[in-house]
Design a binder for this molecule. Structure first.
Ligand SMILES: [Zn+2]
Length: 510
């Protein structure tokens, strides 16, 4: 298309320029102007290109109202205390379908019970911490969540499209592997026994991988059908590139954790849609704290067996007061030392005894931090000046914004950007840098569009413009670089259509 070619040329010029362009400066001034006005800021940031969301749990991405819709259709009920979804049958006043129609106040109470609604503004139930309310929500909507992954995938793709993302790296454990994980024995497991456990368990998990991939293919097809992909009515989510991360379960017995990590590495080794492995569940859980070293040993062992599989770890999702100070001393450092290529949250970094060395290593090796502002505020009570976002940036560690659990936390990617501006004081260039980071440090394989980590110049084949034949040949060999080029084009278009945000200009555009 001529328009795209034109934008390619403009972007090439912009990318070669040492400083930001005049249009970028105009966007920057506009954002600063809107920073104190939440409404104008939301409108501006909704339209702003945002790159990728690298930290998004499929199970937590769903809003309570969507779980309740499924529960109503399946004849499910609320328990007598209106605290959770339970299977039917039940008395009429507890049936979710009729309740949604005729009893809005009880329905509202149920939404509050199975999400963190209210906590964002400090009006939630005061007898429960945000931490407990968040983590307990998953068990309360569980019955409605089962067997509906295609629906939740469609919602996650749609949310990414609505928030102007080009890439989504979604944490998703396919059901086919669940039986393998939970069928583990309750025998103890030490680091010295990992090689034997690998030999014992590998054939069993490998026998499940073809069916697992087939499950994901079915779910993806059903999700794309729900979004009318490939038709004139296609949802914007259809255009978002999606990859998955498999999650190990740190709060469970050692044999289960082991099997969950083995399943993740084996699947990511075989199915290119799975680009990495993570570890989830509350980091302050007594079992998770007790076994932290063992889990790191499992990662090191499996990274040795599957060197092509990348690792990101939830680490340092802790705060002073939540756990004794000794538990804040080293989780991030140990995750980095055990092969994490990204860190999820990293909130307690300032409390780590080797913080300067860990930060220096992260900066040197390009180990990024997935920053989840709403999650940290609601679950940990860490926000504003207490949040380590600026510490990471000051030390040269790459950071990127992500949503964590946008459904349970009642947020979305645009809202994370609103928080970054209003509560962290970030400017347009900072947001742009984080959006570029979210693709540069994505686990999507392929060469980068950029020649350096400061995004000052593109790689030599593209120095003559993104539409040059040399650059086209380069882009055709790297989906990652194609996404990066798409983001640059989106930035260019956005920065050339700022009039629509001005007073009384209507929807002029360029
Ligand atoms: Zn998370």
């Amino acid at each position: 298309m001529a328009g795209a070619a034109c934008a390619f040329a403009q972007v090439a010029q912009a990318a070669d320029a040492p400083a930001g362009s005049a249009s970028e400066a105009a966007a920057s001034a506009m954002l600063d102007d809107f920073a104190g006005n939440a409404g104008r800021l939301r409108v501006f940031l909704q339209a702003m290109p945002k790159g990728g969301d690298l930290h998004n749990h499929l199970g937590g991405s769903v809003y309570a109202e969507d779980f309740l819709k499924v529960a109503a259709a399946k004849g499910m009920c609320a328990d007598a205390g209106i605290t959770r979804i339970v299977p039917g049958p039940c008395p009429a006043q507890l049936q979710i379908g009729p309740m949604a129609q005729k009893d809005p106040f009880t329905y509202a109470k149920l939404v509050d019970a199975i999400s963190t609604r209210g906590f964002q503004k400090g009006i939630g139930p005061v007898l429960v911490s945000g931490h407990s309310q968040f983590f307990s929500s998953f068990g309360k909507f569980g019955p409605a969540a089962d067997g509906e992954d295609a629906r939740w995938l469609a919602d996650a793709y749609a949310s990414a499209g609505r928030n102007n993302l080009v890439y989504l790296e979604l944490m998703h454990n396919p059901d086919t592997l669940t039986g393998f994980m939970v069928a583990a024995s309750d025998a103890p497991l030490g680091e010295a026994e990992l090689a034997a456990a690998y030999k014992r368990d590998l054939p069993e998990v490998e026998a499940l991988l073809a069916a697992t991939s087939a499950e994901v293919t079915r779910e993806e097809q059903a999700a794309r059908q729900r979004l009318a992909c490939g038709t004139a009515q296609a949802d914007p989510g259809c255009d978002v590139a999606v990859r998955y991360i498999f999650s190990g379960m740190r709060g469970l017995p050692p044999q289960v954790v082991w099997r969950s990590l083995l399943a993740g590495f084996a699947l990511a080794h075989r199915d290119p849609r799975f680009v990495g492995v993570n570890i989830v569940m509350p980091e302050d859980d007594p079992v998770a704290l007790r076994d932290y070293d063992l889990h790191m040993a499992m990662f090191r062992f499996l990274e040795g067996k599957y060197p092509g599989v990348k690792v990101t770890m939830h680490a340092g999702e802790l705060a002073l007061g939540l756990v004794p100070p000794r538990d804040l001393e080293s989780h991030i450092g140990r995750a980095v030392a055990s092969g994490a290529r990204r860190i999820g949250h990293g909130v307690d970094i300032a409390y780590e005894t080797a913080a300067p060395e860990t930060l220096a290593r992260m900066a040197r090796e390009g180990i990024g931090v997935e920053i989840n502002l709403t999650s940290n505020a609601v679950i940990l009570g860490v926000e504003g000046g207490v949040h380590p976002l600026h510490l990471y940036r000051a030390m040269g560690v790459p950071v990127m914004l992500s949503t964590d659990d946008e459904g349970v936390l009642r947020s979305d990617m645009t809202n994370e950007h609103v928080r970054a501006v209003q509560q962290q004081g970030l400017h347009y260039a900072d947001l742009k840098d984080m959006a570029r980071n979210s693709l540069e440090y994505a686990f999507m394989p392929g060469a980068s569009l950029w020649a350096d980590r400061r995004y000052a110049a593109v790689v030599p084949p593209c120095a003559g413009g993104l539409s040059s034949s040399a650059c086209k040949a380069f882009l055709s060999g790297s989906e990652k670089a194609r996404l990066q080029a798409k983001l640059e084009i989106n930035f260019d278009r956005f920065e050339h259509s700022l009039d629509r945000f001005k007073n009384g200009q209507g929807a002029a555009g360029d």
